[in-house]
Design a protein around this ligand. Sequence first.
Ligand code: C5P
Length: 228
Amino acid sequence: PRHFAIVPAAGSGTRMGADKPKQYLPLLGRPLIHHALATLCAAPDIDRVYVVLSVGDAEWMRHDWSALGPKLVPLFCGGPSRADSVLAGLRAISGEAAQSDWVLVHDAARPCLAPWHIDKLVRELAHDEVGGLLAVPVADTLKQADGHRRVAATVPRDRLWQAQTPQMFRYVMLRRALESAHGVTDEASAIEAAGLHPRLIEGDATNLKVTFPLDLHLAEWILQNRER
Ligand code: C5P
């Protein structure tokens, strides 16, 4: 089977408080999204990289993506939610992808994706029935709040993981799951709603999601200090 990457990048990134969507914020002289796209395009296992942009995205054209090579294909079909954007991407490539091909969905907002993250995910899931996702064990003690910001319970963390991306599933399974799921914030939840159990593949904290301004500084530090 082949491996297609889908990168939803149709969000507005309002939590960053910036004047443009966070996927285009400058990070080491390039748009934030450039970094993950470059890593995906350079991965020998990945056959094509589809980036799902919002329908009227004018910013995409303002940058030069040619260094990323022919694997990169922009799709201007993003939807109102992340899941809608991913589903629109899956529909757009239906002529290209066979049922058993793998799809790796990766957030545009995770610029520090490393080659080893992709290698490990693809290798460990190659013969899996369901698929899975990169994740890290939770380090903090977690509190569940009542309606008044008082602690109602301490949630045991020994089996809790933080979900990351890429999340890797077979084309047909993922498409069916997303078509029947509602309000999911990642692909794995859609697969779970279909009664299946995605595998957790341990990644690391460097694959952070840029959500708040501090994350941009952390991402910059991680990229600059990485051995290439
Ligand atoms: O906002 P959040 O960080 O959860 O977004 C995760 C990813 O989903 C980002 O890459 C964002 O661009 C993408 N997204 C999208 N379409 C939306 C909302 C978010 O592609 N409507």
